[in-house]
Ligand binder design. Structure first.
Ligand SMILES: *Cc1c(COP(=O)(O)O)cnc(C)c1O
Length: 495
C-alpha cells in the first residue's frame, strides 16, 4: 500500500509522510499540513454502533497514519485511552431534551484537549523513531488555558522530549492557571506572558519558523515540534470522537445508518470543528456544522460576510479557551474551500498577517455552506447554564453553554430538527466561579476550590481528582515574561 502523504496549505509541492508531518508540527513555509486526499472509512456505518472508543480510534487513525504499523498504532491507542480516563467509554454521550452532549472532559485535565494530547506524545515518539530523529524534541506550546495543562500532563517525563508552555497571565481561570503552574516533571517549563493568546500563538509560530533559531538549537541537539492543533497529530485523534458519537447515536437508534446529524462545536482555534468536517469527509453523514463563538465572534462574522477581520478589541470572557481572534486551523478549511489552491491560501494568510483581514469570494463561500456561525454573549452564556441546570439538572461549563445557546437559537430560527450533538469541551469544575455566578450563587468569600465543593453539594457529582489534587499543590513555576522575552525564555530553558 502506498502511503498517504501530507502537503502544506501554502505550497502543494511539499509532500511529507504522516510521521514527518507530526514531527514537524508546522510546514517550513509556515503553512499547515493537510492530507493529500481523504480516505473513506472501510467499516460499514452500522458496525460503528458496536465498536469501543479504542476500536473506533484504530479504524479512523489507520486511514490517516498509513506509515504507522498496526501494532504501533494499537500500542499508541492502548496507552492513551486507558484508565487515565474516568469512564471506560472515554467519551460518553448524555441525552438532554433536544440534543446529545458529547462529553469530552473525562481525561486527566478535564477538558477536551485530553482527547488528542493523551495520544500525541506516543504518536510523536513513534514518529521520531521512524524518521531516525535522535535530537531531543522540544514542544513549544501556546495555550488559551486548556492545551497547556493537557500537553504538560501528556509530555511530562516522556524520554526524548521537553515541553515549554506559554499562557496569557491574565487570560485563564484560576483553576486552569493552578493546574499549569503546579506541573511536576524534569522536562517541563511553564511561563505566563503579559499579553493575550493571539500574542502567545503568533510568537510561538514565529519562533518555530525562525531559521536561525532552528539552526542554533539543532546544533545543540534539539528539534522543535508543536502540541497545538496546528499539528496534524492533534487533529486526527479528534476525528475519532465524531465517528464514535455517530456510532452511539446508531446504538441508541436516534439515527439510522446514513441519516445525517448536526454537530454544534464551541470554537476558538477551529481545530475541534475542523475535525468534525474531516469526519464528514471520511463518511460520517453530517448536515450542518454549527460553529459557536463567544463575544470574540470573528468566525460568526466570517461565515456571515466572507470577511475575516481580526481588527477589533480582544475581549476576556467567561469562556477563556475561546478568547481567540486568529483561528489558526481555519487556514486548513480555507485551503479546501479555495479548491486546494495553495497560492490563493497563502495570499489570504499574508493579508491576515499584514492587515489583519481578508475577504473570500462567492464561490469559496459556497464551499463553506456546511458551516453556520452563531455566538453567545457572557450574559446569554450564564443564562444558558442556569436554564439547562434548572430544566435538565445538568450543569454545563461556560464553553459548552455557548454551544448549547447557539444550538437552541439555530433550531428556533431554522426549524431544523436534525439529531444534534453538542460538543461538551470542559467540566464545569474547571470554571467554578463563572458557573456559580451563572446559577445566582456567587460567593465572594469562597476561593475557586471552595466553590468546587459547593458545586459538588449542588449536583452530587464528586469533585474530580484533577481539581482536588492541585488544591494544596506547591507552585513550581513563577516565570512571567513579555512577548519579546519569549525567545530568551526558550533559550534559557534549553541551556
Ligand atoms: C480549546 C477549547 C475550545 C476551542 O477549541 P478549538 O479547537 O480551539 O476551536 C473550546 N472549549 C474548551 C473548553 C477548550 O479547551
Amino acid at each position: 500500500m502506498t502511503n498517504r502523504m501530507y502537503k502544506s496549505t501554502r505550497n502543494s509541492e511539499t509532500k511529507v509522510t504522516a510521521s514527518q508531518a507530526i514531527l514537524s508540527g508546522l510546514a517550513p513555509d509556515g503553512g499547515l499540513y493537510v492530507p493529500e486526499d481523504f480516505p473513506v472509512l472501510d467499516v460499514p456505518l452500522e458496525r460503528l454502533a458496536g465498536m469501543t472508543y479504542q476500536e473506533t480510534a484504530f479504524e479512523v487513525m489507520k486511514l490517516f497514519l498509513t506509515d504507522f504499523t498496526q501494532e504501533e498504532l494499537k500500542g499508541c491507542i492502548a496507552r492513551a485511552y486507558d484508565d487515565k480516563f474516568d469512564t471506560p467509554s472515554i467519551a460518553p454521550m448524555r441525552k438532554c431534551r433536544n440534543a446529545w452532549y458529547l462529553e469530552l472532559f473525562h481525561g486527566q485535565t478535564i477538558a477536551f484537549k485530553d482527547m488528542a494530547l493523551s495520544i500525541l506524545p506516543h504518536l510523536l515518539t513513534t514518529a521520531a523513531a521512524k524518521c531516525g530523529e535522535n535530537r531531543e524534541i522540544v514542544i513549544l506550546t501556546a495555550t488559551s488555558g486548556d492545551t497547556g495543562k493537557a500537553a504538560l500532563a501528556g509530555f511530562a517525563d516522556v524520554p526524548g522530549t521537553r515541553i515549554m508552555v506559554f499562557y496569557p497571565k491574565n487570560g485563564v481561570s484560576p483553576i486552569q492557571e493552578k493546574q499549569m503552574v503546579t506541573q511536576e516533571g524534569k522536562n517541563v517549563c511553564v511561563a505566563g506572558i503579559r499579553g493575550n493568546f493571539d500574542d502567545a500563538q503568533s510568537m510561538v509560530k514565529q519562533l518555530f519558523t525562525d531559521p536561525d533559531l532552528r539552526r542554533e538549537l539543532s546544533e545543540r541537539g534539539y528539534r522543535f515540534s508543536s502540541a497545538n492543533s496546528i499539528n496534524i497529530g492533534r487533529l486526527i485523534p479528534q476525528v475519532v470522537y465524531y465517528v464514535y458519537a455517530y456510532g452511539r447515536l446508531l446504538q441508541e437508534e436516534a439515527v439510522r445508518p446514513g441519516e445525517p446529524v448536526n454537530f454544534t462545536v464551541p470554537t476558538g482555534n477551529f481545530g475541534n470543528i475542523l475535525a468534525a468536517y474531516y469526519a464528514s469527509r471520511i463518511g460520517i453523514p453530517v448536515k450542518q456544522l454549527i460553529c459557536a463563538s463567544n463575544e470574540n465572534k470573528v468566525l460568526f462574522d466570517f461565515f456571515k460576510t466572507g470577511i475575516y477581520d481580526r481588527n477589533r478589541e480582544f475581549l476576556l470572557t467567561t469562556s477563556p479557551s475561546m478568547d481567540i481572534l486568529i483561528s489558526s486551523n481555519l487556514e486548513r478549511m480555507i485551503y479546501e474551500a479555495a479548491g486546494e489552491d495553495a497560492d490563493q491560501c497563502r495570499k489570504y494568510m499574508e493579508d491576515l498577517q499584514r492587515s489583519g483581514r481578508y475577504e473570500i469570494d462567492e464561490s469559496m463561500k459556497k464551499n463553506l455552506c456546511m458551516y453556520r456561525g452563531g455566538y453567545a454573549s457572557v450574559e446569554e452564556t450564564a443564562a444558558q447554564i442556569r436554564k439547562v441546570f434548572e430544566t435538565e439538572g445538568y450543569l454545563l461549563d461556560p464553553h459548552t453553554a455557548v454551544a448549547s445557546f447557539v444550538c437552541d437559537r439555530f433550531r428556533e430560527e431554522s426549524g431544523d430538527d436534525t439529531p444534534t450533538v453538542i460538543v461538551s469541551t470542559a467540566s464545569p469544575y474547571k470554571f467554578t466561579r463563572s458557573v456559580m455566578e451563572a446559577l445566582g450563587r456567587s460567593d465572594e468569600s469562597a476561593d475557586d476550590f471552595a466553590l468546587a465543593d459547593q458545586i459538588s453539594a449542588l449536583t452530587g457529582v464528586p469533585v474530580p481528582a484533577a481539581v482536588s489534587q492541585i488544591r494544596d499543590a506547591e507552585i513550581l513555576h513563577h516565570l512571567v515574561v513579555n512577548r519579546e522575552e519569549m525567545e530568551g525564555a526558550v533559550k534559557e530553558f534549553l541551556s
